[in-house]
Design a binder for this molecule. Structure first.
Ligand code: ZN
Ligand code: ZN
Length: 680
């Protein structure tokens, strides 16, 4: 061994001089054995070059596969095994269970444990690959005989044995050609494919061994199988090898793993709660919306009750727009392809658009965005600096192509309604306009009952000039403005360099729902590109022609998607001001129906949404039906109430509240609705 010494820079600023070949585990142990025991992997960042912020988290199979095997960016931070010998000066951080990336390493290691168990039980099985996912892991297998539910149970039991054996994960290398030969001999067609695709001829191929099990893998891994402390085999799905139905059918076993049993249990509780709130289930149960096979996937039919909620959302939004100095516009759903060529959508966005349709005069396309239409309205008459800012708002229906099979309820659709607005302003007005947009976004959140949100500022990568339209000055001005607004409002945010659209930087607001899930909501985007493409102008104070800056902003984002989030957030129990039926009336017997008519009229006159159940059913059945529809108030009345001019009130979630004079009840409802209360 050489006596070369390397410098390891630790996060607290300390620098350790250690012999080359020292491992992160040895360094961890020298700091504290407890830290060593808590560490999962180590993160190395080369000393030269700039550290990239948070590695891009990509989901989807292709990227997962590429991320597993592809060569790494040598300047980026990378995770390594605790047993990796350090060979050069480096920054090093020990990654413990507190780091979200550590969980991915545990989950991928659990996938190796799964494959180990499968091969011990079913040695004829051929292996595909087994990446970590956002919620767990999977492994693809090929075996002529399909796995049965009993097999999955046996596999889980065997996995527990592999974990109990606490086998160390050992990183090994073998010559590529020899590896391909071995895999070929064993008929491992998937491993042969991955090695061929993701390694260079003449190279050494990376393997991980635990016990007798060896897998082609770049790592990193946890120190040993015993560190998979809580796991579960979940399900089995079929998939064709490489997504081609002419290829053999693979069996994909899904599982998940956590740092502790407690985390695992909490995960399943969250899943159950999420299933209970699934907007597709509640949408059907509460008769809010549907998707019709005959009409096509991803196209939403709003039923009367869903439509009522939508009307309230849209009325609120339009009134707020007017109050905040926007002008409302309406534009068509289709336009000639020429327009999309001018806007650039035909070039940059065509794959997200519905295919063109030919009419007698030209080719037309459904609109994927409203921007070019608002621009045409702006351009229709000359503008002076006195007219700016011009703010056009529209609840515009747009159509975007999503691959069949990828649609999901209200959340991923082919036709949706954007609460879209475009602001045309002078550079000097950017900051106040953005501040107003952020205020507006906060008002949306608070009004609809969300208290927590996260903000991201996506900026450009100035070293990648070719990918961004607009001058340096404009970019600097825009980013500075967005920065200033967020800072002056005291809103914490995360800057994501290189994530801006090519036409300008943006602020994204993600709401946090009652289950702690993040949903992309509002977006405020700058645009230097479209004003140039459409040669937009205004006459400045100096009498010269200038180009305005354009801001795109959507606050609900998509009305459909926002509605889906609302359904899940409230589990269908909408606050009184949003509830499609606010008050359910239950006359105890037929002779009280006349009084029901009188109560209904008074409530309707007060602007409340009422439904009377006049069926010849038992009182309790009627109450139950309204309760199942999550109706906020149920009023029950018989002889006693009729004589007193009162109603007996049942409040959602609170039960029977006793009798009260009808006038008092109405006053109370009006108060809750007027304040958009989320109390009920
Ligand atoms: Zn691996
Ligand atoms: Zn736009």
């Amino acid at each position: 061994m050489s006596t070369q010494t390397i410098a390891v820079h630790l996060p607290d600023g300390a620098i350790r001089e250690v012999p080359a070949g020292t491992t992160p585990l040895e360094i961890a142990n020298s700091i504290s054995p407890r830290l060593a025991a808590a560490s999962v992997v180590a993160r190395l960042t080369p000393l030269s070059g700039t550290a990239q912020s948070a590695a891009t988290t990509s989901s989807g199979e292709q990227s997962a596969e590429a991320a597993m095997y592809a060569a790494e960016d040598s300047a980026a931070p990378r995770l390594v095994d605790l047993s990796t010998p350090l060979t050069a000066d480096t920054r090093m951080e020990l990654v413990t269970e507190k780091d979200p990336e550590a969980l991915k390493v545990v989950r991928h290691s659990a996938a190796h444990v799964l494959a180990t168990a499968v091969l011990e039980l079913f040695p004829e099985t051929k292996l595909g690959h087994g990446p970590a996912t956002d919620s767990g892991f999977f492994y693809d297998f090929y075996r002529e005989k399909p796995f049965t539910p009993e097999d999955l149970v046996a596999i889980e039991v065997k996995m527990a044995e592999v974990v109990a054996r606490n086998e160390p994960f050992i990183h090994e290398f073998a010559p590529r050609e020899k590896s391909l030969e071995d895999f070929g001999k064993d008929g491992d067609f998937m491993k042969t494919h991955f090695v061929t695709k993701f390694t260079e001829p003449g190279s050494q191929v990376s393997f991980y061994r635990n016990g007798k099990f060896v897998d082609f893998c770049r790592g990193p891994h946890i120190p040993s199988t015993g560190r998979v402390k809580a796991f579960k085999v979940l399900s089995l799905a079929g998939a064709y090898w490489l997504g081609d139905e002419k290829n053999p059918q693979l069996q994909r076993i899904y599982g998940t793993a956590f740092f502790s049993k407690k985390d695992l249990d909490a995960h399943f509780e969250r899943l159950e709660e999420a299933a209970r709130r699934d907007h597709r289930v509640l949408g059907k149960q509460l008769d809010l919306f549907s998707i019709q096979e005959l009409a096509g996937a991803g196209l939403i039919f709003w039923h009367p009750k869903g439509a009522m909620i939508r009307k309230i959302m849209e009325d609120w939004m339009r009134d707020e727009c007017l109050r905040r100095g926007y002008q409302l516009v309406y534009t068509p759903h289709v336009a000639r392809v020429n327009l999309w060529q001018t806007s650039g959508h035909e070039g940059f966005y065509a794959s997200n658009m519905f295919t063109p349709m030919e009419l007698d005069d030209a080719m037309y396309r459904m609109k994927p965005m409203n921007c070019p239409f608002h621009i045409l309205i702006y351009k229709n008459s000359p503008k002076s600096y006195r007219d700016l800012p011009v703010r056009y708002a529209e609840l515009g229906n747009v159509y975007r192509y999503e691959r069949s099979g990828t649609m999901h309820g209200l959340l991923r659709v082919r036709g949706f309604t954007q609460d879209d607005a475009h602001i045309f302003c002078m550079p000097s007005q950017i900051e106040s306009e953005v501040a107003a947009c952020i205020d507006f976004a906060e008002a949306v959140l608070h009004t609809f009952g969300f208290t927590e949100f996260k903000v991201e500022l996506s900026t450009w990568d100035p070293s990648d000039r070719a990918h961004y339209a607009g001058s340096n000055e404009n970019w600097d001005l825009a980013i500075r403005s967005l920065d200033n607004v967020l800072k002056s409002k005291g809103i914490p945010y995360k800057t994501i360099p290189g994530e801006a659209a090519f036409y300008g930087p943006k602020i994204d607001v993600k709401l946090v729902d009652v289950l702690g899930r993040l949903w992309q909501l509002s977006t405020v985007q700058f645009d230097f590109n479209l004003p140039a493409r459409f040669e937009l102008e205004y006459v400045g104070e100096d009498g010269e022609r200038h180009q305005p800056v354009m801001v795109h902003r959507a606050l609900f984002g998509s009305v459909e998607r926002f509605f889906g989030v609302l359904i899940e957030h409230y589990a269908g129990a909408f606050p009184l001001w949003l509830a499609p039926v606010q008050v359910g009336l239950v006359p105890i017997s037929e002779r009280h129906i006349a009084y029901a008519g009188k109560v209904e009229k008074e409530l309707k006159d007060a602007g409340l949404r009422v439904e009377t159940d006049a069926r010849n059913e038992k009182m309790n059945a009627k109450i139950r039906d309204f309760a199942n529809q999550k109706t906020p108030y149920i009023l029950v009345f018989g002889d006693k109430e009729e004589v007193a001019g009162s109603v007996s009130v049942r409040t959602r979630g609170k039960g029977d509240q006793g009798s009260m004079p009808l006038a008092d009840f109405i006053a109370k409802c009006k108060e809750l609705v007027a304040t958009q209360s989320t109390e009920l």
